[in-house]
Design a protein around this ligand. Structure first.
Ligand code: PLP
Length: 226
């Protein structure tokens, strides 16, 4: 597997999907999902312009944090409250905010270091039991509960779509997410800035981009099978 070729192809596909849906390819940030990939390979990928990386485990992120420099780390996996303190000064965004107790803990730890941490609210519109994330209907009430926590900044929503053979069957979830996102944006809550829709992985990023994704989280299509 050649990271440079994979990235070149992926960037072309991102550009095509963006242009085909009347969007600017620059509005889609590529996050390389580096879980299980060692620091040497991550460092290799820096040569090809990758700047954002996603990890789903705190310990793994911490190990790599010291070995990979000048990149932005995104926490994309389920996050336990007692681990927030280890990453609060290291991540550029937490994509997996899914409950009030976690919001409060991120806020508390961020307050201690005088930082405002950008967060995305994870949504589970298919109500899949295997996945975390708030049911669709609970997202707005949740945001209304947390937007005034001063040391977190809600910047959008995150979705992990169900795995399917035919992406057309999950397109409605992406569309729903975009509608929810736009609705919240229009409501102009103080202190929140709806800017990002983190959706799309190796197998569904083109559909996600067509429906408005601004952050695609891609592992396999860059680094190969895990
Ligand atoms: C693993 C993972 C990805 C990337 O999955 P690929 O199919 O390898 O692109 C994206 N988002 C989350 C939350 C993940 O855990």
């Amino acid at each position: 597997m050649d990271i440079s070729e994979n990235l070149a192809m992926l960037r072309q596909q991102i550009e095509n999907a963006s242009l085909a849906s009347g969007r600017n390819p620059d509005d889609v940030t590529l996050i390389g999902v580096s879980k299980t990939i060692d620091s040497a390979r991550i460092n290799q990928s820096l040569a090809y312009g990758l700047k954002d990386f996603g990890e789903n485990r705190v310990q793994e992120l911490l190990d790599k944090y010291d070995q990979v420099e000048n990149v932005r780390w995104h926490m994309i996996g389920q996050l336990q409250r007692n681990k927030v303190k280890y990453i609060v000064n290291k991540v550029s965004m937490i994509h997996s905010l899914d409950r009030l107790s976690l919001a409060r803990e991120i806020n508390r730890q961020a307050d201690k270091i005088n930082r405002v941490v950008p967060v995305l609210v994870q949504v589970n519109p298919a109500n899949e039991e295997s996945k975390s994330g708030l049911p669709y209907d609970e997202v707005i009430p949740f945001i209304e509960t947390i937007y005034n926590l001063k040391n977190i900044k809600v910047m959008g929503l995150m979705l992990i779509a169900p795995m399917v053979e035919d992406n057309e069957t999950i397109r409605p979830y992406f569309t729903m997410m975009k509608q929810l996102f736009d609705g919240i944006k229009q409501d102009n809550y103080p202190h929140i800035e709806m800017k990002h829709l983190s959706m799309g992985m190796s197998n569904d990023f083109e559909t996600a981009i067509e429906e408005g994704s601004t952050m695609v989280r891609i592992g396999t299509a860059i680094f190969g099978k895990r």
